[in-house]
Write a protein that binds this ligand. Structure first.
Ligand SMILES: Cc1ncc(COP(=O)(O)O)c(C=O)c1O
Length: 503
């Protein structure tokens, strides 16, 4: 007969004694503190190939059948990550829209994981659910959006925009699309051609197809052309389609351009369309006392996506969807299966979004908001913007750097050797290749990190400062670095037959 295990003395290999947890945890915290101290001395990016990283990891190693000591495993993991990571917390990281992460956020994630509330349902996370609700209200307050709005934390900007897209689809389709599926006239979405690719994923995932998107032209400052918006809506209505959603950018991904949001809101009111603002990058700058009127216009939106893991400096992941009328989120997401026994007197977050079980993303945002307060955030965002403006000014001083755009905390520019300043098609093509090569060299140099944008057909380098560690000396170091690497790339790349200004 099989012997019955004695569960009084159960030994689970994954358990840790509190003494062991304390010892291992303190050791890890010491190592992380050391990493933070050493960031400015480290390369921003390791500049290693995928095959080198795989080799260092020993990626072909089979799954171990026997367990190992937790302290040495964590130590090894820290070694691997500290020596072979790109550090977006480095003062000279300005790529994409990825912020340096607030240290309190790292501690918050540890605390959240330790308590492990399931913030899908209130009874499974009483305090965590209430903290999420308070944090949503505070984020709305920062933007001066109605604080009784609905909202929830999701993984990032794509998901926050998708949640709002789904709310808009259900609200404006004119029938119960969740039950019936899509039918009838073609649903139409309007946005500028500078809009982030999330809108394609959303149209695709939501069953509309990417053909439903009307990509509208922009003005020379990359802002949506409202005359084109009005015209396209009229044309679509005339041909029997159903416009339902207009998307405005509060800081477009490439250049930080801010669409004319108040004008777009007025057009939406006129045609009874849902007005959504993608503020994943720049929406939070609406908190600044001197925010431009076009940006402040996000307060008129039916929904807004903002990204605490961008300009609130939360560690990944933390996106946030805000919807003026919470009922629209319930209409878009709620189901009540018989196996759930959750009251409705408080918010059950599975009713407001696509997730069921949910982690406690709000905690890191809630703690950081209190650590620095509104004033602290205003100061840090204003500093990022001022540093970007300063960078743009510095770039403009150099004859071989062409300053292209500056908005919010994004500056775009490119390297143009002095003998290639008078452009023709061949030199423009070469300048695009040259700047693309320069970007590769810059990103693997470890000295600083920027990304790229296409600005009116020009391949541009793009520095986006959402980094509370960046100081003036960091910004001043970029132009000489770009000039040096640009010169080297030009020497390696220039075709013999390219016409120069002198030729
Ligand atoms: C304007 C904008 N929208 C959406 C996104 C997508 O955000 P995430 O990468 O957090 O999904 C980004 C990312 O940079 C963005 O800049």
């Amino acid at each position: 007969m099989e012997s019955v295990p004695n569960y009084d003395q159960r030994h689970s290999p994954i358990e840790m004694s509190s003494d062991q947890f304390r010892a291992v945890g303190y050791q890890l915290i010491d190592r992380i503190a050391g990493l933070l101290d050493s960031l400015p001395q480290r390369p921003v990016s390791p500049g290693q190939s995928a095959s080198t990283v795989r080799q260092i990891l020993d990626s072909e190693r089979p799954l171990p059948s026997q367990g190992a000591d937790a302290a040495s495993l964590l130590d090894h993991a820290a070694d691997l990550l500290f020596e072979h990571s790109l550090f977006n917390g480095h003062p000279r990281f300005w790529g994409y829209v990825t912020s340096s992460a607030a240290p309190i956020g790292a501690l918050a994630d540890l605390l959240a994981a330790a308590v492990n509330p399931n913030v899908g349902a209130w009874p499974l996370s009483p305090m965590a659910s209430e903290i999420e609700a308070q944090t949503i209200r505070w984020v709305a307050e920062l933007l001066r959006y109605p604080s009784q709005c609905g909202g929830l934390f999701v993984s990032g900007g794509n998901m926050a925009n998708l949640v709002c897209f789904l709310a808009a689809r259900q609200a404006k389709a004119g029938y119960d699309l969740r039950v019936e599926g899509i039918h009838g006239p073609k649903l139409r979405v309007y946005c500028s051609k500078e809009t982030h690719t999330w809108v394609q994923k959303a149209a695709d995932i939501c069953g509309l197809g990417t053909d439903s998107i009307r990509w509208l032209p922009v003005d020379p400052d990359q802002r949506l052309d409202t005359a084109a918006l009005k015209q396209q809506i009229a044309l679509d209505i005339a041909s029997g389609d159903k416009p339902f959603l207009v998307v405005g950018n509060a800081g477009a991904v490439s250049t930080g351009a801010i669409d004319p949001l108040p004008d777009m809101a007025a057009i939406c009111r006129q045609h009874d369309l849902w007005f959504h603002v993608d503020g994943a990058y720049g929406g939070l700058a609406a908190m600044l006392p001197n925010a431009p009127a076009d940006l402040v216009g996000l307060r008129e939106a039916d929904s807004i996506a903002v990204d605490p893991h961008k300009w609130l400096y939360a560690p990944l992941e933390a996106g946030c969807a805000l919807v003026r009328d919470q009922q629209h989120l319930r209409n878009a997401f709620a189901y009540h299966p018989p196996y759930y026994h959750f009251g409705v007197e408080a918010t059950n977050y599975f009713d407001l979004g696509p997730q069921n079980s949910r982690g406690f993303r709000a905690l890191k945002v809630w703690l950081a908001l209190q650590q620095v307060g509104r004033d602290g955030y205003e100061q840090m965002l204003a500093d990022d913007i001022r540093l970007s403006q300063q960078l743009f000014k510095e770039i403009s001083k150099h004859g071989e750097l062409e300053a292209l755009t500056q908005s919010l905390s994004i500056a775009t520019f490119r390297y143009v050797p002095s003998d290639l300043r008078s452009a023709n098609d061949a030199t423009e093509r070469y300048l695009n290749d040259l700047n693309s090569e320069l970007l590769t060299r810059l990103q693997s140099s470890g000295e600083a990190y920027v990304s790229n944008a296409m600005v009116h057909g020009k391949f541009a380098l793009r520095a986006c400062i959402v980094n509370f560690r960046t100081a003036l000396e960091d910004v001043l170091a970029l132009p000489p670095l770009v000039l040096r690497l640009g010169h080297e790339a030009d020497q390696a790349l220039r075709p013999a037959n390219l016409q120069t200004a002198k030729a």
